[in-house]
Design a protein around this ligand. Structure first.
Ligand code: CO8
Length: 260
């Protein structure tokens, strides 16, 4: 549908609020990712927009990450199309010239964590029940190099090595401690804190901030741009393996049982 994401651009300060509304858990489906990339592209071209805040319109969940159903029992062609959409969303957000702030108002596993990692600043609700991290190995799958690079660029090599191998989901306080998020605030203050923090970034002349951002991120972006097709081929051959499909099936059963 075309209403997975609500975007409101405040013309008084140039800040766009992007709210994810893909119930129940804002999983990142092909439709969602396509819509997300289009919104980012439009904002990128809009000179009146200087900053973007991403947050969830759903209670308790920022984003459950990639929609597992887009990778389960699907054709290689579908998997390839899905993966290209994941790459595109990452390239748009990680490479955005706008100030990007993640207002993480709920759980943020895997692909949800990736979106947050792409932003310039992360504010999370201090609820210790909410967690965030690249937990891919717990599903028996492997975060690709650009997920890994995104995490290294935020928390460093050692934490990434531990976090990726163990598939760690960090509670909000743990995430703050290792620098995976920058700030914890009460749940009802996440958005106002993001708006407040945005002012600091917007006080800097755009061109100087943008060149600095690009200088920091370009090598990481160039690595995927140079290897997009090979990365897609790798993903498709990995995800369509019987053993990997079986792991995804077991994980989804576990999600259902956990709730029952
Ligand atoms: N994809 C599809 N469906 C999902 C997902 C998901 N990622 N997450 C949850 N759902 C479904 C559940 O199965 C459930 O469906 P149903 O109602 O039919 O039983 C429904 O959404 C609601 O879920 P919960 O009842 O679990 O909701 P809660 O509010 O209790 O919990 C959580 C919310 C914490 C988000 C929880 O659902 C959860 O932990 N989900 C799994 C998150 C996860 O592990 N995601 C990893 C996805 S993989 C990824 O993002 C990167 C992959 C990189 C690819 C590399 C390959 C080589």
């Amino acid at each position: 549908s075309s209403s997975n994401i609500k975007v409101d651009l405040d013309s008084s300060n140039g800040v766009a609020l992007m709210q994810f509304q893909n119930p129940p858990v804002n999983s990142l489906s092909l439709d969602f990712l396509t819509e997300f990339a289009i919104h980012l592209e439009k904002l990128e071209l809009d000179r009146s927009c200087r900053g973007v805040i991403i947050t969830s319109a759903q209670p308790k969940v920022f984003s459950a990450g990639l929609d597992i159903l887009e990778m389960y029992k699907k054709s290689p062609e579908h998997c390839a199309e899905f993966w290209k959409a994941v790459q595109e969303a990452w390239l748009r957000l990680y490479g955005s010239t706008k100030v990007t702030i993640a207002a993480i108002n709920g759980a943020s596993p895997a692909g949800g964590c990736l979106l947050a990692l792409c932003c310039d600043y992360r504010i999370m609700a201090e609820n210790p029940r909410y967690n965030i991290g690249l937990n891919e190995t717990q599903l028996g799958i492997v975060a690709p190099f650009w997920f890994k690079d995104s995490m290294i660029n935020v928390v460093g090599h050692r934490e990434t090595e531990k976090g990726l191998q163990l598939g760690l989901l960090y509670s909000a306080p743990e995430a703050l401690k290792i620098g995976l998020v920058d700030e914890l605030v009460p749940e009802d203050k996440v958005l106002s804190a993001a708006t407040e923090n945005m002012k600091k970034w917007l006080a800097i002349p755009d061109h100087a901030r943008q060149i600095s951002k690009s200088m920091m991120r370009k090598p990481t972006i160039d690595k995927l741009v140079a290897n997009r097709e090979a990365d897609t081929t790798n993903f498709v051959s990995f995800i369509t393996k019987d053993s990997i499909q079986k792991s995804l099936g077991v994980y989804m059963e576990m999600l259902k049982k956990r709730r029952a």
